[in-house]
Every structure is written in C-alpha cells, then in structure tokens.
Design a protein around this ligand. Structure first.
Ligand SMILES: CC(C)(COP(=O)(O)OP(=O)(O)OC[C@H]1O[C@@H](n2cnc3c(N)ncnc32)[C@H](O)[C@@H]1OP(=O)(O)O)[C@@H](O)C(=O)NCCC(=O)NCCS
Length: 146
C-alpha cells in the first residue's frame, strides 16, 4: 500500500500522526488477512508498535503486509512501514504485528487456510509467530477485567 503524507496527516511539528500510521497499518494488514481467509476479517490484537523514524510532510509511505501464521481462525500479519523521501531514499519507520480473525456474516469466527511455508525465512517467521501468540494470549489474560 502506498500513501502520501499530506498536511491533514501531520502534527504541529510536520511529522505524521502515529494514529494515522496505525490506521494505514490496520488497513494493509486487513487486506492481507481478508485475501488469505477469503472472508471478512476483524482486528483482534495489535502488538507494541515503536516509531523509529519520523515520517514527514511530503514523504511517500510504503506499507507492506504479509501473513506469518494462521491458527484455526486467527492470522498474524507482519507489516513493515518504510518512509520514502524526496530523493527516493527509503528508511525503515516501523514494523508491526497485527492479529485478525476471519468472521462470518454474524461476526462468528471462521476457520482459515493454513500458511504455506516456502523457505527457511517463512519457517523462521512462523516459529517466531508461535512464540508471539503464546505471549500475546498470556498478556490478554492478564489484562482482562476481573
Ligand atoms: C475477534 C472475535 C470475533 C473473536 O471472538 P472470540 O469469541 O474471542 O473467539 P475465540 O475465543 O474462538 O477466538 C478466535 C481466535 O481469536 C484469537 N484471539 C482471541 N482473543 C485474542 C487476543 N486478545 N489476541 C490475539 N488473539 C486472540 C483466539 O486465539 C482464536 O484464534 P485461533 O482460532 O487461531 O486459535 C471477537 O473477539 C470480536 O468480535 N472482537 C471485536 C473485533 C473488532 O471489533 N475489531 C475492531 C474493528 S475490525
């Protein structure tokens, strides 16, 4: 996905709002999840996001999403955000992991296809995703209202 940073996307310092970047990440990940599932998918979790590089007014923002892991109904999507300056140099701005769940028309979770692991990098990403899934679920249990 490609976006152009316009004045309405920036704060008083001329850099892009974090919330705008999060919304682009959510959209790119949602498209990826929907294509994989072949069904509607809703966001269920966002991992910590660290904004490493400021993205400035007039920059092009390149957002790339790919699936790392599919459970029974959930999918973990990795999203990389790159800032492209006027001189066409690219800088990594952040990487986020977002979890989507495929749902039917009534909002109930739907089974999704497994992920095809083509190479060692895919397999490593899958294994890392399994670890993140365990940590995420433990965190979700800890933060649930009592
Ligand atoms: C997503 C939703 C349908 C899941 O419903 P649910 O009753 O929790 O369903 P389940 O317990 O069967 O969990 C479904 C999957 O979600 C995963 N999941 C549930 N809560 C999660 C969390 N906090 N973090 C990560 N994954 C989670 C489960 O592990 C399960 O994955 P799996 O099938 O691959 O094993 C429901 O929580 C929901 O509608 N949430 C609101 C979504 C929303 O409005 N998003 C924002 C706008 S798109």
């Amino acid at each position: 996905m490609t976006e152009l940073v316009l004045p309405q996307h920036t704060n008083a310092y001329g850099t892009c709002f974090g919330g705008t970047i999060l919304s682009w990440i959510d959209i790119a990940a949602g498209i990826c999840a929907r294509r994989h599932a072949g069904a509607q998918a809703v966001t269920v979790a966002f991992d910590d996001v660290h904004f490493i590089t400021p993205i400035r007014l007039g920059d092009i923002v390149n957002i790339a999403a790919r699936i790392c892991h599919a459970g029974r109904t959930s999918m973990e999507i990795r999203v990389e955000v790159w800032r492209e300056r006027h001189d066409a140099q690219r800088e990594h701005a952040n990487t986020a992991y977002v979890v989507f769940v495929a749902v039917d028309a009534g909002g109930r979770p739907l089974p999704v296809p497994g992920v095809v692991l083509d190479n060692d990098q895919d397999r490593a990403r899958f294994d890392d995703a399994v670890e993140r899934r365990q940590l995420r679920m433990a965190k979700a249990r800890r933060t649930a209202p009592r």
